[in-house]
Write a protein that binds this ligand. Structure first.
Ligand code: LLP
Length: 384
């Protein structure tokens, strides 16, 4: 496992930093293409919120995927990395006017609209530019997901999407408005989902909603089922590539599509999660009253997932072969939640050793940028 890292190079670098294994990323992309292309009407978009590192974005764009964005900054980052505007979609519950205007100017494929007032604003801003914006409605399907409560998005209690009972009303409104064109429906029930039955539940709900639309002779061009496929964070023999075959098969088997309809996916974590590691140095090893602490130079400000969701990232001492000992692995921040793991078995840690926090390619570096961006005018990247 340690052999995958260029340790000598790492020793020269200032820590902490994110390391991306581009071979893992390219192998993952090749697998997604192979498995999704078994179904000609399946199209995969990458959810930029998971990682907007320019090099990472460029490799993903080269694989042919479209981009799913949730801020004006992400739309700009996607276009700068060469994603064609007609493969960019823009979602999010709180799109500002400047962000909508930017997306209109680029001529993106579609806005995923999350409320009636937002639809009205897009119509107004498009009218001012003499344009017609493509819109899909994000419907809140009231389908749960077996994942952490903070990353469940498809329940009626969540802020996301338009409720199912309002779907007909919002479609009627879109058909009346002159500067929007209704083209599809969008869903996303949550993230880090490993139980395919959650996606089956989503398919069943979409089938019901489509029946309701067929009764009105409406067949939308395009269904977007969001992302959500999870990765293997903790297993000792961590699977580097998620089970894309089973994932796409689940949709092919359970979602009833008409021949004219295309199906879009917006995968984030499953694309980039496994290629990234946070590399950090041990500053001190401290003997506490009844345990040892390994104190690192990276903390919750570099990788917030453990503090925010009690998420586990596999930790390895990549410069030691000494006997294994148990440590609480912590950062330097003055917060008791600045902990990466408790009672973690690591090859004996000494000051200056390099450690890797694995599976940190998704929602790692980007959430660090988001923390910084929170103090700047709302521009590039939000915390997602
Ligand atoms: N589409 C929409 C509308 C989304 O909101 C998301 C993620 C995705 C696609 C991509 O989902 P994925 O395939 O990555 O599961 N910061 C959290 C994850 C938040 C996910 C937000 N939405 C974490 O670190 O676990």
């Amino acid at each position: 496992m340690k052999g995958i890292f260029p340790i000598e190079k790492f020793r020269e670098l200032q820590t902490p930093f994110y390391y991306y294994d581009t071979k893992v990323l390219r192998d993952t992309l090749a697998c997604i293409n192979k498995e999704s292309q078994r179904y000609p009407n399946f199209h995969v978009h990458y959810a930029v919120k998971a990682n907007a590192n320019p090099k990472v974005l460029t490799i993903i764009r080269e694989s042919g995927m479209g981009a799913d964005c949730v801020s004006g900054g992400e739309v700009r980052a996607a276009i700068k990395s060469g994603f064609p505007a007609d493969k960019v979609v823009f979602a999010g519950v709180g799109k500002s006017d400047w962000e909508i205007n930017l997306a209109l100017d680029y001529g993106i494929f579609c806005f995923n609209v999350e409320s009636v007032p937002e639809l009205e604003v897009i119509n107004e801003l498009a009218a001012a530019k003499g344009k017609v914006a493509h819109v899909a409605f994000r419907i809140n399907p009231n389908v749960g997901a077996h994942t952490h409560a903070n990353i469940t998005t498809g329940l009626a209690e969540n802020k996301f999407g338009i409720s199912m009972q309002d779907m007909d009303h919002v479609i009627d409104l879109a058909l009346e408005l002159k500067n929007v064109k209704f083209i599809g429906l969008h869903f996303h029930i949550g993230s880090q989902i490993l139980d395919m039955s959650d996606f089956v539940a989503l398919c069943n709900r979409i089938n019901e909603l489509q029946e309701r639309l067929y009764a009105r002779r409406i067949i939308v061009e395009h269904i977007n089922v969001g992302g959500g496929l999870g990765i293997d964070y903790s297993h000792p023999n961590r699977q580097p590539i998620p089970d894309f075959r089973h994932y796409f098969e689940t949709y092919a088997e359970h979602l009833k599509l008409r021949p004219s309809q295309t199906l879009h996916f917006e995968l984030g974590r499953a694309v980039v999660g496994q290629c990234g590691s946070l590399i950090t140095r041990a500053l001190y090893v401290k003997q506490g009253t009844n345990k040892k602490f390994a104190i690192l130079d990276a903390g919750m400000t570099d990788l917030i997932r453990p503090a925010l969701y009690q998420a586990f990232h596999k930790i390895e001492n990549i410069t030691s072969d000494e006997a294994v000992e148990a440590y609480d692995v912590v950062g330097p921040i003055c917060e008791s939640s600045d902990v990466f793991g408790k009672a973690i078995d690591l090859n004996q840690v000494k000051r200056g050793d390099l450690l890797a926090l694995r599976s940190a390619g998704a929602y790692g570096e980007i959430m660090l940028l988001a923390t910084i961006a929170a103090n700047c005018p709302k521009d590039i990247l939000r915390m997602n």
